[in-house]
Design a protein around this ligand. Structure first.
Ligand code: PMP
Length: 402
């Protein structure tokens, strides 16, 4: 049974590399995954920045169960008044009712469009920006990751992932994340600048807040929309509910997904009602989704948001991140970058890092590298990880580092 299921995985699941991890997980709880053989693994990557409140958080499970007893899918997006969607949209808007130092010319974000995933949130935001501005061009960053569908891929920043899928969208320009002189490339032809507040797949890169203030100003000056992709940084991951709070710069469109669902699939793009209004006419139904904002996902997401808020998980992420940094001191680690619980431990090369990651997994600690940064170890555990669990997991990594 055990080996045949593994074989069926290779036979019948579309493979996207020749070396999938292929761990067979039986169940998950908190910061742990449990293999079929009962082996326990620390999930130090939260399923790639998803399980911010841990696996199967009891309040998320209770919200899912309660919604299962009421209804599942009722109707395509935007037609019926569905309580889980309404409550979640209100809660999200409330997280954004903050007065930032550098505001958006469109005022506060008060309108939410729910999607099923991060890449769909990116696609929706791109359509919104094109339709609102009537402009053809997007600007994004070198080594940014925004998703795998064709619009999001077009603005992602690594040629290696794009070149064999061309033609992609025309009119894409790239700037260096955090590089002030490049802001001049943003012009009155630019529909939007799409940017991660902290570069995720580039290996946790944090530009200065001065950069973001200058970016905000430039976008406002030329009438380009500023889109923050907080799909990886949001929902408490980096020490504030949104990473942009820490920077003090307010976007025109905000993107969320991943950790937002507490383990269920959901994403969103959010903007002011004034911006979002363009989807109402010419054409009517300017953006359509069947499943976006699924009621069970929305219920799970609201519970996730409430757990993060009520347990101060965002604030705690800072101290927990500092603890990890203080424990990961070793000659093989050149630096530990990051903020909150979004961390990257840089080593000399992939050749040094890869065997360490492999041995960590054997020893029951799951880490990873980054899509566009293969010399750094990804450390982004659930925000619920305890101090004791941090010490134990870091002890395993340190032991393997030798
Ligand atoms: N934006 C960022 C910053 C991401 O990290 C990701 C996923 N790694 C995406 C967009 C795409 O999200 P999804 O995989 O849900 O489509």
């Amino acid at each position: 049974m055990h080996s045949s299921q593994r074989q069926l995985f290779f036979n019948h699941l579309a493979q996207t590399s020749d070396f999938p991890l292929a761990l067979e997980i039986e169940r998950a709880e908190g910061v742990f995954l449990y293999g079929q053989d009962g082996k326990r693994y620390f999930d130090l990557i939260s399923g790639i920045a998803v399980s911010n409140v841990g696996h199967r958080h009891p309040e998320v499970l209770a919200a899912i169960h309660a919604q299962l007893d009421k209804y599942l899918h009722l109707m395509v997006y935007g037609e019926y008044v569905q309580s889980p969607q309404v409550k979640l949209a209100e809660a999200l808007v409330n997280t954004l009712a903050l007065s930032y130092e550098s505001p958006s010319p469109f005022g506060l974000i008060d309108s939410v469009y729910f999607t099923n995933s991060g890449t769909e949130a990116v696609e929706g935001a791109m359509k919104l920006a094109k339709r609102y501005t009537g402009r053809p061009e997007f600007i994004s960053c070198v080594n940014a990751y925004h998703g795998a569908t064709q619009g999001a891929l077009s603005i992602s920043g690594a040629e290696f992932f794009k070149r064999n899928f061309r033609p992609l969208l025309p009119g894409i320009k790239q700037i260096q994340h955090g590089h002030l002189p490049d802001l001049e490339k943003i012009s009155c032809r630019t529909a939007a600048v799409v940017i991660e507040v902290i570069g995720g797949e580039s290996g946790v890169r944090i530009p200065s807040s001065a950069y973001f203030h200058a970016l905000r100003q430039r976008c406002t000056d030329v009438g380009a929309l500023l889109v923050f992709d907080e799909i990886q940084t949001g929902f408490g991951r980096t020490g504030t509910f949104w990473a942009s709070e820490n920077v003090g710069v307010y976007p025109d469109i905000l993107l969320s997904a991943k950790g937002m669902g507490g383990g269920m699939p959901i994403g969103a793009f959010m903007a002011s009602t004034q911006l979002m209004a363009v989807f109402r006419d010419n054409p009517i139904l300017g953006h359509i989704t069947t499943f976006g904002g699924h009621p069970v996902s929305c219920a799970a997401s609201l519970a996730t948001l409430q757990v993060i808020r009520s347990q101060n998980l965002a604030e705690q992420a800072n101290a927990k991140g500092e603890l990890i940094k203080s424990l990961l001191v070793h000659p093989k680690i050149k630096e530990v970058r990051g903020q909150g619980l979004m961390l990257a431990a840089e080593m000399e090369s992939f050749e040094v890092l890869k065997p360490i990651i492999d041995r960590c997994i054997l020893a029951g600690v799951i880490t990873d590298w980054f899509l566009f940064c293969d010399n750094s170890m990804r450390i982004a555990p659930p925000l619920t990880i305890s101090e004791g669990e941090i010490r134990e997991a870091m002890g395993v990594i340190s032991g393997i580092l030798g």
